[in-house]
Design a protein around this ligand. Structure first.
Ligand code: M6R
Length: 614
């Protein structure tokens, strides 16, 4: 989604801003722009539809000097993606420029009021309305830029992270946020601003996360000051970034997605490190143990999430119910937040989010807080908004996930949810020791098992060629692997743009089986589990209607080989862990089909990595 970069210091801002925009490309965007203020009183704005590379071409030969500047990648919300709607936006006089992530909900009312004062607008955006409002207040109140921004923000409704610069004011930057993240990096006599830490990491490891409803006042060479909308000063809480520049590079892989798929043996190690004893006899998730009374006394657990995180939640639901015998409900955050849910202080709400910034999940967390529920976060990005808004939590520790299609975060989420179920079940006494140790050891063995699946990379690449031109796909699974089927279908559709649906295998005969003919590839997930025989019957029903079957089966299975057109074997695991091993070949299949089709795998069309608008 939209990305923000800002700089003020003694260096030329342009290279830092462009570099930062490149680091933010993974978030997904459709236009880019930059504004530079130089000491001679000029404010130059360059912006265009397309990629950061297009912006660089556009600025060739132009005046890009200045030691203060702001830059933006836009993911269109109000107004189509074009040059005019791209950020930065600037005021009528051209004195003030601003970049903005989020949505100003009452922008049309403000726009109308400004029009009555003679203002005209170049773009269709809510952002231009806000920058014009700031200028109107600055001029009519004859106040400072900080004061104008503060007053304007009190008049708008919605979500924002903004950074504002001014033509005649090259020593000052104002930034503010509400429900949209903003980080300030503190260098040596210089400051960096960004919507996440990735553009900052190569310059400094000292950061301040601007709080919700706060404004950062940054002066060249001066101290950072943070105030709230009532002008009360906040303490500056400087944190150390635990992120390295190597983690943000492709490391020899053609795409981040492929790198991230192949990282999974290591990310599972990082996720379980220090949490499962080497003999598999204990699982220690400190956030769960410290709050075990809340969990064990819970009337029920509600898990809120979106997209892939929602699929992980469905797996977590099964694991917690099976092992802990606590009722669990899984909700799409976007539905939950508007359904007036029945919530009480004896509910536990688990929020799952890779980015930790998903607007709907954050809103669901706020709703749960209002009802007095205990809120537990499962996030990847350390220090993210959801991680900070929850009462306690467990990071998945899989490192930065740059590819828009979530891969290693999914397996990390399932791993944390399984550890959570184990830890609670042990406390509650609802799991026998043998089962506990089998699952815990299964997680410790998982990296080696995933390595075995990854060794089939070439075979899956060959298989992908057969299906590159398919128009539809169906993914089937049962039990723990029904969510794996949903996730496999989501991976394929989001990066290859092939229509794909996931179903519980036995549901086919209630309607979707009408779709089956010799043109329909069906991915059937059928590892050896309690329900294996039933799944085999479902596969036979597909075969009888000439569907093309790609079966994902346990190593050594010969029965399905005679039925399926193609088979991918995965190592045996305890049933609750099989979604982890079966997801890996499905990730590879989607990846290679998308590559064969020439798709932009890491930044698929219309998608954003971090969905910061509802
Ligand atoms: O950062 P989150 O986990 O909250 O993101 C939720 C979804 O937007 C995300 O999982 C999305 O569905 C991915 N593109 C899936 O690959």
């Amino acid at each position: 989604m939209c990305g923000i970069v800002g700089y003020i210091g003694s260096r030329e801002a342009y290279p830092i801003l462009i570099n930062g925009l490149r680091r933010l490309e993974y978030r997904g965007y459709d236009s880019a722009g930059v504004a530079l203020v130089d000491g001679s009183g000029s404010l130059n704005v360059f912006k265009c539809k397309g990629k950061v590379a297009d912006l660089e071409k556009f600025t060739e030969g132009k005046d890009i000097s200045g030691t203060v500047g702001i830059a933006h990648t836009r993911w269109a919300t109000h107004g189509e993606p074009n040059d005019v709607n791209a950020h930065p936006h600037y005021s009528g006089s051209g004195n003030i420029a601003m970049i903005h992530n989020g949505i100003i909900e009452n922008y049309s009312v403000v726009r109308e009021a400004l029009s009555e004062h003679g203002f005209t607008f170049r773009s269709a955006t809510d952002t231009e309305v806000l920058v014009q409002l700031i200028e109107y207040i600055r001029d009519s109140n004859q106040c400072s830029l900080l004061e104008a921004v503060r007053t304007a923000l009190k008049q708008v409704v919605g979500a924002y992270a903004i950074v504002v610069v001014e033509k005649d004011n090259p020593d000052e930057v104002i930034a503010a946020r509400k429900s949209s993240p903003l980080v300030v990096g503190i260098g040596d006599g210089e400051y960096f601003l960004a919507s996440d830490a990735t553009p900052i990491v190569e310059y400094t490891d000292k950061v301040v996360y601007v709080g919700d409803g706060e404004i950062a006042h940054i002066r060249r060479g001066g101290e950072l000051k943070i105030v709230n909308l009532d002008n009360e000063e906040s303490e500056i809480d400087i944190r150390k970034l635990e992120l390295s520049i190597n983690q943000l590079e492709k490391g020899g892989y053609p795409h981040f997605m492929l790198k991230e798929i192949h990282e999974q043996p290591r990310t599972i190690v990082d996720c379980t490190r220090g949490r499962i004893s080497p003999d598999g006899r204990d699982v220690i998730l400190s956030g769960v143990i410290a709050n075990k009374d809340k969990f064990l006394g819970a009337r029920r657990i509600i898990i809120v999430a979106c997209g892939t995180s929602w699929h992980a939640a469905l797996i977590g639901e099964r694991a917690i119910e099976e092992m802990c015998r606590i009722p669990v409900e899984v909700e799409y955050s976007s539905e939950f937040r508007y359904k007036n849910p029945v919530l009480s202080p004896d509910d536990v709400v688990i929020a799952i989010s890779q980015s930790g910034e998903t607007a709907d999940t954050l809103a669901a967390v706020e709703l749960a807080r209002g009802a007095g529920a205990f809120i537990f976060g499962i996030c990847n990005v350390v220090g993210s908004s959801i991680a900070r808004a929850t009462d306690s939590g467990a990071y998945i520790h899989v490192g930065p996930e740059i590819g828009v299609a979530s891969t290693k975060a999914f397996t990390g989420q399932v791993t944390v949810l399984t550890m959570l179920a184990l830890a609670l079940a042990k406390e509650k006494g609802t799991i026998d020791r043998a089962k506990f140790e089998t699952v815990a050891r299964g997680l410790l063995d998982m990296p080696a098992l995933i390595d075995k699946v990854l060794a089939q990379d070439e075979k899956i690449r060959d298989l992908s060629k057969i299906f590159t031109y398919a128009h539809n796909f169906i993914y089937l699974g049962r039990g723990y692997n029904y969510p794996a089927a949903l996730e496999g279908a989501l991976k394929l559709k989001e990066i290859s743009y092939i229509h794909a649906e996931g179903y519980p295998a036995a549901e086919m005969k209630h309607g979707p089986i009408a779709l089956i003919d010799s043109e329909m590839p069906v991915v059937a997930i059928a590892p050896d589990d309690q329900i294996y025989e039933k799944t085999v019957s479902n596969i036979q029903e597909i075969k009888a209607r000439n569907g093309k079957i790609i079966a994902v089966v346990s190593e050594g299975n010969t029965a399905i080989h005679s039925m399926a057109d193609y088979c991918i074997e995965v190592p045996a695991t305890p049933e609750c862990l099989s979604p982890i091993v079966v997801s890996v070949p499905l990730q590879l299949l989607a990846y290679y089909i998308a590559v064969n089709k020439g798709r932009d795998v890491d930044q698929p069309r219309n998608l954003a990595k971090s969905v910061t608008v509802e």
